[in-house]
Design a protein around this ligand. Structure first.
Ligand code: URA
Length: 220
């Protein structure tokens, strides 16, 4: 069964059945950690936002536990700090869903909504979940900037927007104008691995969001 073809809504059901491996992992996590969220993690932020940030997938003990993208994941520390710095978030990020943090003109979603074993969704799972990403963009009438965190997020956006891969190759810092109004910005994923190894520094990450802010100001 393919969610790509069938996703009529932007948020999968709590018991979304499409990916057998992810369903089995979810069941096992519900048994071992009944207090965790353990369901497709819904997007966070207002539909009217002009910016959409696309991550990879919930982390087991982060977003899958808390129920909000990047929340409780190591990657969330840098992401939420950077969003706040550029005026896309208000409040204090407390690594929990009820910390009162609000996104301003920004929304966050993941290319794959369910936590995958070993943090690695399969190509089939990425493709299957793509229908939900397409639905997210459809329900965001003002979107003008998309930040893809990593290659999987980038490729998912490229599929969603029906772009030719050769026309929009992934590269950190790349900008792809995908329509008169919309620009796709690429960044390395703000994962612990990438930041610990220096693949992505906080300055490199900030530079991406500075350009996003500048683009939104130009088109305001
Ligand atoms: N947490 C998320 O929600 N998404 C990611 O891509 C990484 C961590």
């Amino acid at each position: 069964m393919s969610a790509r073809a069938e996703a009529a809504t932007a948020e999968p059901a709590r018991d979304c059945p499409y990916c057998p491996r992810l369903v089995a992992f979810r069941r096992a996590n519900r048994e071992s950690e009944p207090a965790w969220f353990n369901a497709p993690v819904p997007s966070f932020g207002p539909r009217e936002a002009r910016l959409l940030v696309v991550g990879l997938a919930p982390g087991l003990k982060g977003a899958n536990r808390t129920g909000r993208p990047f929340t409780g994941d190591y990657a969330g520390d840098l992401l939420y700090a950077t969003l706040s710095e550029f005026g896309f978030a208000r409040g204090t990020y407390g690594a929990r869903r009820d910390d009162g943090l609000a996104l301003i003109d920004a929304r966050i979603t993941n290319a794959v909504r369910c936590v995958p074993p070993e943090n690695k969704p399969t190509p089939e799972e990425i493709r299957t979940c793509n229908g939900f990403l397409a639905a997210i963009l459809t329900e965001m009438p003002n979107h003008a900037a998309i930040v893809a965190l990593g290659r999987v997020a980038h490729d998912s956006v490229v599929i969603t927007l029906n772009l030719k891969r050769s026309r929009a190759p992934f590269a950190h810092g790349a900008e792809h104008r995908v329509s008169e109004r919309v620009v796709l910005f690429d960044s390395y994923h703000c994962s612990r691995y990438n930041t610990n190894t220096g693949v992505l520094t906080p300055e490199m990450f900030r530079a991406v969001f500075a350009r996003v802010r500048a683009q939104l100001e130009r088109t305001a």
